[in-house]
Design a protein around this ligand. Sequence first.
Ligand code: 6PG
Length: 255
Amino acid sequence: MRTVEMGNSIKIFKTGDQLSYFFAEKIVIGIQQTPQGNHYSIALSGGSTPRKVFEYIAVHFKTKIDWSKVFVFWSDERCVDPGSDESNFRMAKESLLDMVSIPPDNIFRIYGENDPDVEADRYSETVRCHVSLQRDVPQFDLMMLGLGDDGHTVSIFPGYLPLFNSTKLCEVAENPYSKQKRITVTGQIINHAKTVVFLVTGASKAEMVYRIIEKKDGWEKLPAALVKPEDGELLWLLDEQAANKLSPNSKYNDE
Ligand code: 6PG
């Protein structure tokens, strides 16, 4: 692993397993630092990179993580049934949650099968009730994010930036390509988290990683570029392919 400290840190890994190990260790340490009686709240993301991380954790951290102390949420969900092969819940369930001893009551899925407007409000309340509040806003311990080839993150796509800046905790979003409705957390929640981690692998992401981290070519219009934790830590976990276009000494300043 090559660590290239750039303000909010960027860590570049040779393999996906090394990236997954680092991410899992952050969860272990975070749980250890969670006061007795409290839960460690994590929002999971969908996507192929998160899936690989879940599969790794299910094998190598099955017993290293005290799952009874973890509250699992989602940062976004497609408006589909939980059994759909497009469901982020189903993906996490099959790649991780079914393989570890997490109490069912610790899992707070987004009801993709519900009316989207109703569900956005319901999930906002669910998060507000089960995630510690800081200045009256739910503060996740760990927010896991993926990065789309187009610069989207969670389910906020280019052209839909007002969703990121919504005053609501969750909004109804739309995949502009498929027109599929989605439920997504907003910047209200993302930028309030203690730790926000982008997990990004593969050559197809290199251009977006470069534009966002080095602030190039219309970066400010990319939803992922709006991720700037107010007080928390922003961490980019990249493999070498995704980091391929970064200049060796690029700095990532979180103004
Ligand atoms: C989703 C995710 C989305 C995903 C990115 C990256 O529901 O699809 O929330 O934001 O994380 O599209 O996905 P890949 O890792 O598959 O490219």
